[in-house]
Design a binder for this molecule. Structure first.
Ligand code: ADP
Ligand code: MG
Length: 214
């Protein structure tokens, strides 16, 4: 049983907004300190649109989310996350959606970020979290996990991928100007990815566990 996508996105928005200061602190060490503000502003705009998307399919909700992010405030995150949500939406157009569709959507988001940003794994960006999430989600789908299990695996992968950025030296984006001084700090964008996927996984397992869930 798939958790309603609007419920999942409400959880994602809530988690991003709650982590605004944490994400700014991470970005202050590596960049210009605005990542949490940009994320919170953007996901507040996404959150405001969710009421009007109640009952819409996942593909529509994620496509509209991507458009809001693309047209929101500046920073590197806009085009990267905007394109990621839009790319994910294209893998979710044919219901009934199953575990493999979700793993494919995460992979498409990853590919889109790589294409738009031009970063490689190990460059200390959000791609490192998405890369680990994609591998974990694909493995989970391949070994028979259900939809919530695939997103849980993606969340764990993203958390590990974000943690792994601590030891990396940033080689793309604003943080690359600090060179070796970026070692020892988690990448803010990778941390955002982990926060979003963790919120999605928790929302999906909470609904799956409840017999009264949709
Ligand atoms: P800005 O760097 O413009 O201030 P943000 O602070 O919102 O933008 O976002 C910074 C995050 O964006 C970084 O932590 C990193 O994860 C991500 N990022 C920056 N450039 C790239 C890129 N070329 N590819 C992938 N991710 C990137
Ligand atoms: Mg910044």
């Amino acid at each position: 049983l798939m958790t309603d996508i609007v419920t999942v996105m409400r959880a994602v928005c809530g988690a991003v907004i709650a982590n605004r200061d944490h994400l700014c602190d991470l970005d202050a060490a590596l960049g210009d300190g605005d990542h949490g503000v940009s994320m919170a502003k953007t996901f507040t705009a996404v959150q405001e649109q969710l009421d009007g998307l109640e009952g819409e399919p996942a593909s529509v909700v994620l496509e509209k989310t991507g458009m809001i992010i693309l047209t929101s405030v500046g920073g590197a995150m806009g085009p990267l996350f905007g394109s990621a949500f839009r790319a994910a939406s294209t893998k979710l157009t044919t219901p009934p959606l199953g575990p493999t569709d979700i793993a494919d959507a995460i992979a498409a988001a990853r590919d889109s970020i790589a294409e738009v940003g031009g970063a490689k794994p190990g460059d200390k960006t959000m791609l490192d979290a998405f890369d680990a999430a994609t591998t974990a989600a694909g493995a989970a789908a391949g070994s028979g996990a259900d939809e919530a299990g695939v997103v849980e695996a993606a969340a764990q992968g993203a958390e590990q991928g974000a943690a792994a950025t601590v030891d990396m030296r940033a080689s793309v984006g604003r943080a690359s100007r600090l060179g070796d001084r970026t070692i020892g700090h988690a990448d803010p964008g990778a941390t955002s990815v982990a926060i979003m996927l963790r919120a999605a996984a928790d929302a999906m397992s909470a609904t799956a566990a409840s017999p009264a869930g949709p």
